[in-house]
Design a protein around this ligand. Structure first.
Ligand code: URA
Length: 216
């Protein structure tokens, strides 16, 4: 309490009341530090949106929890839903090749998604589902503390960066997420349908490699 406030209280209540005064406990308990263990158990129990009712597994994410490089997709597909692991289907196999082309092993990087449970028929997640889930991703990024994030596809870019710009306009241009460089690029599932776009993605990944001191 500063001197002025003390004098004011003295005028209103008298000295005796002020001596008795003890400041109230803070309304909000001090935040405990987040940890992987807490995060995993929060997700395992999560029922924050309707996607929990159709999941056999939530898909937490996998890889090096102190990685310098992180990949973020949109959400689990059928294979990921079954296995509980991210990017294990056909798109995932292509992602593994992309990672290896960058001179990393899959275990060297951390792979996560915007939503952790599969949207039915692989539709894009609804806004309320993203709103319910995105904090898991923010917490993961804060724990991993990567130097660079590669955001895979429009859904990932839009929700991670709160940007509604077309992915074709954003790709190849570094963005910022809380001081971390983010490279938006096409999703590997899109590359499976549009082989010619692989060249663009390679250009984007080469920029990421250069930033991380790797030679293509
Ligand atoms: N597509 C994604 O965006 N994420 C996965 O985990 C699998 C496919």
């Amino acid at each position: 309490m500063d001197n002025f406030a003390t004098l004011e209280l003295a005028a209103i209540y008298g000295i005796a009341e002020i001596i008795k005064y003890t400041p109230p406990a803070p309304a909000v308990a001090p935040q405990t530090e987040d940890s992987w263990q807490v995060l995993e158990s929060d997700l395992a129990d999560c029922k924050l949106c309707g996607l929990c009712s159709t999941r056999p597994n939530s898909v937490f994410g996998s890889g090096n929890r102190s990685a310098e490089l992180m990949f973020i997709g949109e959400g689990p597909g059928a294979d990921e839903d079954k296995s509980g692991l991210p990017f294990v289907g056909r798109a995932g196999q292509l992602l593994t090749k992309m990672i290896e082309a960058m001179h990393y092993k899959r275990e060297d990087v951390f792979i996560a998604n915007v939503v952790k449970c599969r949207p039915p028929e692989n539709r894009d997640p609804f806004q309320n589902e993203v709103d319910a889930c995105i904090d898991f991703l923010h917490r993961q990024i804060r724990l991993v503390k990567p130097k660079v994030i590669v955001a895979l596809g429009a859904v990932s870019v839009m929700h991670l960066l709160n940007l509604d710009t077309r992915i074709s306009k954003l790709r190849g241009i570094f963005q910022d997420y809380e001081g971390i460089k983010v490279m938006p690029t096409y999703h590997p599932a899109y590359l499976l349908r549009n082989e010619t776009k692989k060249r663009d993605v390679w250009e984007d990944l080469k920029q990421v490699m250069a930033l991380l001191g790797k030679t293509p």
